[in-house]
Design a protein around this ligand. Structure first.
Ligand code: TYM
Length: 331
């Protein structure tokens, strides 16, 4: 059985990075794999959340999945917190994960900042919860953006350590880092990742941005002072040009080299105009459908309840096996 698992934190409006690095790539698996996609609300608490907004943010991510083409009739969409097995397995995996492995996680170092003493334990243990999310369902494939690569390597190491200690139990999942835009960069700084948490909204395209906002953000995107090159090798030290051409290449559905040739010698404004155009064409239907779905919370909640039931049944089997292997008392 080939099974795909992936998730996104409901910590704000989803970005073009989440769409290109994750959701868009999930669609290809819908008819060939059993697919489970969740909202990682437990992970979101590594940063303080507003409880009054969290439920709505979770529905918004579910709406984004469905509006982007994740068909809930052939996949399961659910909340991480609705399946307690995520937390339970995370605890058990914590107990076999050496601190040294977690100390190597670059995302913790970036997010904790200078004063690590003040970082919360959840942020530190975050990659183990992510491993539990994946191993609980014995996922064979995990489609994610480039920034999650190290967490996937850790997941494989933890699965291997468990199997070695307690006998063959977990599948070592394959990271699937797919497409031309595995790392979409900030519109304000081509060397930083586009992120929901960047204080500047101009740094990102949100899936809920309307056409005027998209056009404005692309117009204001950082550029450099040189004409665009006709060769993708010449993009190496031009991060802003590279990022915009990469995004254009995905939405125009043309190889990067062809896009370079299209804009060879032109200035950024020509590329920006064409980019805004393809972005508005691709994202407007998604936004419209998200708005429609957000007006149908009962429908969304029904999908999440169905997803929860399916996830619970798979999780129960894995937990039963883990309990047996770890010698938990059965009564
Ligand atoms: P999160 O919520 O930060 O991001 C969700 C997904 O979007 C991808 N992504 C990007 N891809 C390309 N360019 C970008 N600028 C960009 N920004 C984000 C991420 O790589 C990710 O695939 N820990 C995860 C959520 C998670 C998870 C899991 C994922 C929890 N458990 C189990 C897979 C499997 C996270 O914080 O992603």
């Amino acid at each position: 059985m080939k099974r795909v698992v992936s998730g996104i934190q409901p910590t704000g409006s989803l970005t073009l990075g989440n769409y290109l690095g994750a959701i868009r790539n999930w669609i290809a698996f819908l008819h060939t794999h059993e697919c489970l996609f969740f909202m990682a609300d437990l992970h979101s608490w590594t940063v303080l959340q507003d409880p009054a907004k969290l439920a709505e943010q979770c529905r918004l991510v579910a709406a984004a999945y469905i509006a982007s083409g994740i068909d809930p009739t052939v996949s399961s969409i659910f909340m991480q917190s609705h399946v307690a097995g995520h937390s339970e397995l995370a605890w058990l995996l914590n107990c076999i994960t050496p601190l040294g492995w977690l100390n190597r996680m670059t995302q913790f170092k970036d997010k904790a900042g200078k004063d690590k003493e003040k970082a919360n334990l959840g942020l530190y243990a975050y990659p183990v919860l992510m491993a539990a999310d994946i191993l609980l369902y014995k996922a064979t494939h995990v489609p994610v953006g480039d920034d999650q690569k190290q967490h996937l390597e850790l997941t494989r190491d933890i699965a291997g350590a468990f199997n070695q200690t307690f006998g063959e139990t977990f599948i070592l999942p394959e990271p699937m880092i797919l497409g031309q835009a595995t790392r979409v960069m900030s519109l304000r700084d081509g060397t930083a990742k586009m992120s929901k948490s960047d204080p500047s909204d101009l740094s990102r395209i949100n899936l809920m941005d309307d056409a005027d906002t998209i056009i404005k953000k692309i117009k204001k995107a950082k550029s450099d002072a040189f004409p665009l090159p006709g060769n993708s090798d010449d993009l190496a030290d031009r991060p802003e040009a590279k990022n915009l051409l990469n995004i254009y290449s995905v939405f125009a559905d043309k190889p990067l080299l062809q896009c370079c040739l299209e804009f060879e010698g032109a200035n950024f404004s020509a590329l920006k105009e064409a980019l805004a155009d393809v972005l508005v064409t691709a994202l407007t239907p998604i936004r419209t459908e998200m708005v429609r779905l957000m007006n149908e919370p009962h429908y969304l909640d029904k999908i999440l309840a169905q997803g929860k039931d399916k996830a619970l049944s798979i999780a129960a089997e894995t937990l039963k096996e883990v309990h047996q292997k770890m010698g938990m008392l059965k009564v």
